[in-house]
Structures are given as C-alpha cells and as structure tokens.
Design a protein around this ligand. Structure first.
Ligand code: NAP
Ligand code: 3JN
Length: 343
C-alpha cells in the first residue's frame, strides 16, 4: 500500500496534537511526518508512534522541500489563507480545519458520513475544507433523519467546551478555577473569552454580526446547508461553558413528515459513527465526560414534541477536538486516498 508524506500545520496546538493521536490509532499510511508550527515552537518536538519528531517552522517553501503529499492545516484562518496555496503549488492536497475556505464554491466542505462524494471536487482548488466542530456533530446526527423524514428547520443551542478556543483557553479555565479555590479570582482577568469563564456560561462565541447572531452561529447556518445540499432553516445559539472537552447540543428538528421518537431512535442509530445512548430511566444520556477521546457522536434524550407530531428534540455530544476537528480531517484524508487509488 502506498504511503504518504504528511504535514501537520499547527502541530503544537490542541487540534494538531489530536491529529497525531488519531493518525496513530487509525494506522494512517504515513511515510514521513512533518510537524509544522510558527518560529515559537520550531525546534521543539511532538511524539508520534513513540518517537520524538522535531517541529519545523512553517515557510512558503517547506511543502516542496519535504515533498508533502497531504497537508492538514489547523493554525488559524490567516495561516491557511497565506500558506495553503504554497502546499497546493507543491502538489499536496490540503485538508483545512479553518473557516477560511469553507464557503468557497470551489472548495468541497466535507463530513465523510454525510457527503463523501463531494471530496471528488478537490481538484478545483486542491483544498478540502473541514467544517466547524458544532456543525460536524449536528449533521452527523441529523443526516439519517433528513434522508428519512426531510428536515425543514433546526433550532439548536450549543454548550461548547473551552478547548474549542485552543490550548491557552483551556489553561485560562484551569487558572481561574485554581484562583477561585485560593480566594484570588479576579473577574476582570480574562484574555481568551469576553468574560470570566470559570463558574459561568457565556452566550457569545466569536464576534457578533449585523443580524444579532454571532459568526459561530452563522457558520452553522451556512455550513449545514452546503454539506446537506439543501436550504434548511437553521437558528443557532452558541454558548461557551466551563468544561474542557466535548461539545454538547440541544437540537430541535422540524420535519416535513410526522416522526415517531421510537422509530427516529432506530433511524439515528443506523447513522455511521453514531452511538445512541438513550435510557432516561437509568439516567443514561450523552454528556461531555462520555465522549472524551472517542471518535463517535453520541445522541440521546430523543423525544417527541408535546404539541406537534413533526417535531423531535434530542441531545448530541461529541469530542470537539476529535469528531469536530482531527477525526473528521483524518477520515477525509482516508476517503481521499481511497478515491484517488480507484482512479
Ligand atoms: P491552538 O491550541 O491555539 O494552536 C494553534 C496552533 O497554530 C499552534 O500549533 C501554533 O503554533 C500554530 N500557529 C499559530 N500561528 C501560526 C503561524 N503564524 N504560523 C504557523 N503556525 C502557527 O489552537 P487550536 O485549537 O489547535 O486551533 C487552531 C485552528 O484550528 C483554529 O484557529 C481554527 O481555525 C481551527 N479549529 C477548527 C475547529 C473546527 O471546528 N473544525 C476547531 C478548533 C480549531 P505555535 O505553537 O508556534 O504558536
Ligand atoms: O470555539 C469553538 O468551540 C470552535 C472554534 C472554532 C474556531 C476557532 C477559531 C477560529 C474556528 C473555526 O473552526 O470555525 C476558527 C476559524 O477558523 O474561523
């Protein structure tokens, strides 16, 4: 089997590190791993398959010098905007985790369980985009329902962990909790969030748009419809909560047909990489603590609306660093390899 030279851009970050763990576990066919970051981390090391691999500085020429075949980007939108074209120019396929290319009509936006066929369009720009973490877990859970009942509208509230905002954001939560227990918490000291995150919930992720929604919320609207190839109404409220890892979502789905919750539970359970955990009498339902370091999306609290027979409610949880970022990117790369080897 052919092996590939793989660059991980942002290898010292929360998502980059998880990419390495997921590739190891998936026995991804790596010929050479090239971890890349800024000059700040260059010279440091990451661990891959029990060995220390030196981080190199991201430069315009590194992809050509290292003969990269697959470049996984997760170092922020401006880094992708500047450096992804150099990776493509050097002959690599870019799988980009940032929002920079997601809504570009020439770039496929892919969740392998939902729209794997779109990967075939990668040649248009040499780039495949990974959706936002909150979008990925939601469309994975809803795809089987959409196929069966036709979804007309989605109302979703998210409970997003601090790791969604990177390593330093997790550190900010931990530091504030330590200060709280030492009676030293200063409410005005926060850098990664607009308010103190310890012992708080913040109904703002990313910046506000003209229409009163945040950019994170509008990502869920645009991305869901691009992935589903449809025009579903989506209303999102994205909320940061003081957890470290695992995003949760309370989702209300309005279908075109009447839908019975017991039947829907079976339909959802047939979804790829979906695990239904739904036994309320035993207090069994998905929670962030259940999903950490898992590659599946967990769905529970599936119930009918008390007023309308075409409305269903549920709770969806997944590891944002895995399912919402690294695992999705690695699954895209695996499908890409499969498709390219069939040509
Ligand atoms: P993080 O923990 O803060 O890590 C950022 C990484 O990017 C570090 O490796 C950092 O390297 C690198 N980096 C920053 N500026 C750079 C530059 N100018 N040149 C080269 N490397 C640079 O953040 P994260 O949570 O891993 O997220 C990184 C990005 O991934 C986000 O900005 C976002 O675009 C994307 N993301 C996507 C999702 C999703 O929903 N799919 C979820 C989370 C994140 P140094 O160590 O050298 O600073
Ligand atoms: O906050 C979260 O839980 C998810 C954040 C994702 C994120 C963070 C910084 C920049 C993104 C993203 O993936 O949409 C971006 C971005 O690339 O715009």
């Amino acid at each position: 089997m052919r092996k590939f030279n793989v660059a991980v851009v942002g290898a010292s970050g929360a998502v980059g590190e998880e990419m390495l763990r997921v590739m190891e576990e998936a026995e991804f066919p790596v010929a050479k791993l090239v971890p890349l970051a800024s000059a700040r981390s260059a010279g440091g090391t990451v661990e891959y398959k029990g060995e220390e691999v030196t981080i190199k500085e991201l430069t315009e020429t590194i992809f050509e010098e290292e003969e990269i075949d697959i470049a996984l980007f997760s170092a922020g939108g401006s880094v992708s905007a500047k450096f992804a074209p150099f990776a493509v120019e050097a002959g690599a396929v870019v799988i980009d985790n940032t929002s920079h290319f997601r809504m570009d009509p020439e770039v496929p936006l892919v969740v392998p369980e939902v729209n794997p066929q779109d990967i075939a369009k990668w040649r248009e720009k040499g780039i495949i985009a990974n959706p936002n973490c909150s979008t990925i877990q939601m469309v994975q859970a809803l795809k089987p329902l959409h196929d069966e009942y036709g979804i007309e509208r989605i109302d979703v509230s998210t409970y997003q962990a601090t790791s969604g905002a990177g390593k330093s954001a997790m550190e900010e939560l931990v530091r504030q909790m330590q200060e709280f227990f030492a009676f030293k918490l200063d409410e005005s000291e926060h850098n990664k969030f607009p308010h103190q995150i310890a012992l708080n919930v913040i109904p703002q992720i990313d910046v506000f748009m003209e229409n009163g929604f945040t950019k994170e919320e509008m990502k869920m609207v645009g991305e869901t419809n691009k992935i589903m190839h449809d025009s579903i109404e989506v209303a999102a409220t994205c909320v940061r909560v003081p957890t470290l890892r695992g995003h949760a979502e309370s989702v209300t789905v309005t279908c075109k047909k009447d839908v019975d919750a017991d039947e829907a539970r079976e339909v959802i359970a047939r979804g790829e990489n979906i695990v239904v955990v739904d036994d309320p009498k035993k207090s069994l339902y998905p929670m962030p603590t259940l999903c950490v370091e898992k590659n599946e999306t967990f769905v529970g609290r599936i119930r009918n609306d008390i007023y309308r027979p075409n409305i269903l409610h549920m709770f969806v949880v997944a590891d944002n660093l895995r399912v919402g970022a690294a695992t999705n990117a690695v699954r895209i790369a695996q499908k890409w390899i499969e498709m390219e080897s069939e040509l």
